[in-house]
Design a protein around this ligand. Structure first.
Ligand code: ASP
Ligand code: MG
Length: 463
């Protein structure tokens, strides 16, 4: 059995869904499961609508609801002919989005976005995309059934970053999916989401559909898990920035885990560990180029495979500086800032504290920028009023450039090689984070420098 996972762009419209259906039905193993993300842009739109509603800044949710209704109904109308089935699904899409609208209205009334409310809204995208893909397959005579992961992935109640209960999940997954597989039915499962034992919807963290695929893979003792992306596997650099980027054909689980930590946009960081423990191989494939072998991640990669460093770029990040005011700034304030962001579900990509300047640098996703500033302003309302904190800086668009690899033939660590190369380039480096292992280092640089810095570094590292 193979568990396939398709990301948001792969199910982004009716045409892409047709392509996904083709990939699933031509899977080499007759037993297959598909895990899907929300249609691209949907989760971001849902979360910002909820945040805006709670902050009282805008009633974006009304517009968002309309846009999401249009997008999903347009897709539905392209995949199913008019008839009762199409009407039934349109009704379901509308009812899920009614829920979204009501939840956002309530958040606006209360002026509060609770972690539970966040997940109730954020989970809607996968509920819709999975129904559409299942409908497409059924409409083309393929036996498929939509399954909501709230029925099978059992988690704790850490909303926004819920942790699965593996034994309970395994039991539910097997009880629900094995009978379908035995009857030749393809389960189409929502990625990203789960539920507490009491049935309250949770989410596994942004980009968590990969993790869902891994959880299903180990529970079902799958032969392999295939994560379909839109590049030829894991490469030495983003091919859009470096056309000559090389594919890494095979990686060990440990190598992939290190890479995923920095390259969360390629693979969710939690995906590798459960697969490594269960010994289930993972492939990263290109849905736009399915003949390409991609990257295979296993316990025993072939000893003569090329072992190359990789440069991972994460764009659309934003730097926020919390500026202390002389000796009024304390380390306890830094910890409050981080706690406030964590509680508000704003992911901190990296942070650094400059003791001489008494300020805290926070790197967040651009999509989380205004929400993060709102959380910080709320947390430090008194300090800002009393000027113990001088201010919170305006947005600076940055990118992270992470270099991951083992020491070269002379034993020079990758970190040292990366520093040497970047100093030659004269690049402005805003912040640095280095792993103790010396296998990886991340630089925060101005976003506009990425297009020049990455090809330069790729060449300097001998790639
Ligand atoms: N739709 C979710 C997100 O945007 C999960 C995923 O795409 O894997 O984070
Ligand atoms: Mg992803």
């Amino acid at each position: 059995m193979i568990v396939h996972k398709f990301g948001g762009t792969s199910v982004g419209n009716a045409e892409r869904m047709a392509h996904v259906a083709q990939l699933v039905t031509s899977s080499p193993d007759p037993e297959r499961v598909a895990v899907v993300s929300a249609m691209s842009g949907t989760t971001n739109a849902l979360i910002s609508a909820a945040r805006d509603a709670a902050a009282g800044t805008a009633e974006t949710y009304i517009v968002t609801r309309q846009r999401l209704t249009d997008k999903h109904l347009r897709c539905l109308n392209e995949i199913l002919p008019p008839g009762p089935e199409r009407d039934r699904l349109a009704g379901e899409i509308n009812s899920r989005l009614d829920d979204m609208e009501r939840l956002c209205f309530a958040m606006g009334t209360l002026g509060e976005l609770t972690p539970r409310g966040h997940d109730a809204v954020a989970s809607i995208g996968e509920e819709l995309s999975s129904r559409l893909l299942a409908a497409y397959l059924q409409g083309h005579g393929v036996a498929a059934e939509q399954v909501s992961a709230t029925e099978i992935i059992v988690t704790d109640d850490r909303h926004g970053e819920a942790r699965p209960d593996l034994p309970a999940t395994r039991n539910r997954v097997r009880a629900r999916l094995l009978p379908l597989l035995e009857r030749g039915i393809i389960p189409i499962v929502t990625g990203y989401i789960g539920a507490t034992p009491a049935g309250v919807t949770t989410t596994l963290g942004r980009g968590g559909s990969d993790y869902t695929a891994a959880l299903l893979g180990i529970s079902l003792e799958a032969r392999e898990v295939w994560v379909w992306s839109d590049v030829d596997g894991i490469l030495t650099a983003d091919p859009k920035l470096v056309p000559g980027a090389q594919r890494l054909p095979e990686l060990s689980y440990a190598e992939a885990e290190e890479l995923a930590y920095f390259g969360a946009d390629v693979l969710h960081p939690k995906t590798v560990k459960p697969l490594a423990e269960a010994g289930v191989p993972l492939r990263i494939l290109n849905s736009l180029n399915p003949a390409q072998a991609g990257t295979l991640i296993t316990a025993n990669p072939s000893p003569d495979r090329p072992v190359l460093p990789a440069i991972i770029t994460t764009e659309e990040l934003s730097l926020i500086q919390v500026l202390g005011n002389g000796s009024g700034w304390t380390l306890a304030m830094a910890s409050r800032a981080l706690a406030a962001l964590a509680q508000g579900n704003a992911e901190v990509f990296m942070f650094s504290q400059s003791f001489s300047e008494r300020s805290l640098n926070l790197v967040v996703r651009s999509r989380d920028h205004s929400h993060s500033v709102h959380l910080l302003r709320t947390e430090f309302a008194r300090e800002l009023r009393e000027a113990t904190i001088a201010g919170i800086s305006a947005e600076v668009e940055v990118a992270a450039l992470s270099v991951v690899g083992v020491p070269d033939a002379h034993g020079t660590p990758i970190t040292q090689r990366a520093f040497a190369a970047l100093s030659k380039h004269g690049l402005r480096i805003i912040a640095v984070a280095q792993a103790a292992s010396a296998y990886s280092v991340s630089f925060i640089i101005p976003e506009r420098d990425v297009t020049a810095a990455v090809p330069f570094l790729h060449r300097e590292l001998g790639l």
